[in-house]
Design a protein around this ligand. Structure first.
Ligand code: 13P
Length: 250
């Protein structure tokens, strides 16, 4: 069954002490009865302590990236086995910042997807068009290609470990969110694209999150759309009050 999910991508924010403080606040404020799966993605160095901290809570922990290789001479990188060994079973891949700033291509992301899935991790697969793509009306094409080139090589049975996160680049960190109608239109298109390639059951069951300037005051309206199954939250995930309000909005 399709899950509701609210995930916080902390990006490169919060040192060890700040991570602990934010987690404590989240634990104190998070509703224990919620239909949504709640996930936080702190930085690599704070993952192990976050897993320990959240052990008896309903909050899960994700990594923000993983290297595609099993191990080797890759200075500065982190493997799927390392993440699993500290209790991290979910990873965000294909984020637009990884694509734009760190030059991750669809082919590389596809490799990372394979590695993560082979390690029985859940992949939060991010994709979304830039402003120029929307202005030139090629946003549907771009989104379809990102899906096909980065993800659609997987097997049908692997979809149960995949969550989609549509994040229009022009809405990330800009305060300019997609309208609920724009989000719904694209999410419907994404589900239809999955359906055409993999069938109705997989398309109906996959959760599609929206990301890009989701805040407490716009979350409810966005989440009310039938093909929006939750959110991937950046800035507002760094304040416990805001993140909890967004979880409550679902
Ligand atoms: P903002 O919520 O800060 O726009 O970031 C969204 C995002 O990039 C989540 O991955």
């Amino acid at each position: 069954m399709r899950k509701k999910i609210v995930a916080g991508n902390w990006k490169m924010h919060k040192n060890a002490e700040q991570t602990e403080d934010l987690l404590n606040e989240l634990i104190a404020k998070m509703p224990t009865e919620t239909d949504a799966q709640v996930i936080v993605a702190p930085t690599f160095v704070n993952l192990a302590s976050a897993v320990d901290h959240l052990e008896f809570t309903n909050i899960d922990v994700a990594a923000q990236n993983v290297h595609q290789a099993e191990a080797g001479a890759f200075t500065g990188e982190i493997s799927a086995d390392m993440l699993k060994s500290v209790g991290v079973n979910t990873v965000i891949l294909g984020h637009s910042e990884r694509r734009a700033i760190f030059h991750e291509t669809d082919a590389l992301i596809a490799n990372k997807v394979d590695t993560a899935l082979e390690h029985d991790m859940t992949v939060i697969f991010c994709f979304g068009e830039e402003l120029k793509d929307r202005q030139s009306k090629s946003h549907f094409n771009i989104v379809e290609n990102q899906l096909k080139d980065g993800l659609f090589h997987i097997q049908a049975n692997q979809w149960e470990n995949v969550v989609l996160a549509y994040e229009p680049v022009w809405a990330i960190g800009t305060g300019e969110t997609a309208s609920p109608e724009q989000a719904q239109e694209m999410h419907e298109f994404i589900r239809q694209t999955v359906r055409t390639a993999f069938g109705i059951e997989i398309a109906d069951n996959v959760s599609i999150l929206y990301g890009g300037s989701v805040k407490p005051d716009n979350a409810k309206e966005i989440f009310s759309k039938p093909d929006v199954d939750g959110g991937l939250i950046g800035g507002a995930a760094l304040k416990a009050e805001d993140f909890v309000a967004i979880v409550k909005a679902i």
